[in-house]
Ligand binder design. Structure first.
Ligand code: NAD
Length: 237
């Protein structure tokens, strides 16, 4: 079924969330809670935390940056990059900030929530590599706070990226969600936009999501990496 849908589609959009990177060893937010001594990470990924609890904010993001620097994209990422080269998929919309799609060779990537690959000064805007956090340098030469170049909770997403994601979702014939609880707005609107405009909606996620009822195919019992490998094999037959 999925193979036929992919073969017949002109536009396929892949939408990824934190679950896409757990097989590379990066925890999603749910798993991270355990690691982070029962503090909900979403309460630390905020401007307020940066201003009122800077050391906790720095420690949290340093942990995440070191995780990204010490890990690498798994085979599922390479398959998606290969599918783009073979024109099987056209666009990746990602909520992830680990930069793994680009590292694996994907080209058309809409990073809704920014990247942990860089940090920038909250005061003067100067951009630095995430090396600064690795070496525990948290302040700019101007005295401003260095923050990761990600969208924190409560901040606006980049307008142009949102518009491009909307346009891609509207044009999609097939829209594949990989590893997202679909609980973070406004990113979680895109699967519904795609569905509304006539796409087949596929959700590959270990846990049920609020959108499962709208989907044409839901897979809970397979890891994303295994699913991508299996579909890739089927596409070759
Ligand atoms: P989420 O943590 O809310 O949900 C992840 C989902 O993936 C869960 O429902 C889980 O059941 C599923 N999952 C985990 N591993 C899986 C696997 N191997 N196969 C199939 N399903 C799997 O993540 P979200 O929806 O992306 O939203 C959380 C926010 O956290 C986003 O804004 C994102 O930017 C941020 N985040 C990003 C990263 C990253 O960049 N790697 C990591 C943690 C959090």
């Amino acid at each position: 079924m999925i193979v036929e849908w992919l073969r017949q589609a002109n536009k396929v959009v892949v939408f990824t969330g934190a679950g896409m990177s757990t097989e590379s060893g990066l925890p999603d937010f749910r798993s991270a809670q355990g690691l982070w001594r029962n503090i909900d990470p979403s309460t630390l990924a905020t401007v307020e935390a940066m201003q009122t609890r800077p050391q906790q904010f720095f420690d949290f993001y340093r942990m995440r940056i070191m995780g990204v620097r010490d890990s690498k994209p798994h085979i599922g990422y390479s398959i998606l990059a290969d599918w783009e080269r073979r024109n099987i998929i056209q666009t990746i919309i990602t909520q992830n900030v680990d930069g793994f799609h680009a590292q694996a060779g994907s080209q058309t990537i809409l990073q809704l929530h920014g990247t942990l690959g860089e940090v920038h000064c909250a005061a003067c805007g100067t951009v630095y590599s995430n090396e600064k956090y690795a070496e525990q340098t948290y302040y700019c030469q101007c005295g401003g706070t260095l923050r990761p170049s990600v969208v924190l909770f409560g901040e606006m997403l980049d307008d142009k990226t949102l518009l491009r994601a909307s346009a891609a979702s509207e044009k999609a014939d097939v829209f594949i969600v990989l590893g997202s609880s679909l609980s973070v707005a406004p990113a979680n609107q895109f699967p519904l936009i795609a569905k509304e405009y006539g796409a087949k909606l596929i959700i590959i996620n270990e846990e049920p999501t609020a959108y499962d009822d709208y989907a044409d195919l839901v897979v809970h019992d397979q890891k994303i990496g295994d699913w991508l490998v299996a579909v890739n094999e089927a596409l070759k037959l």
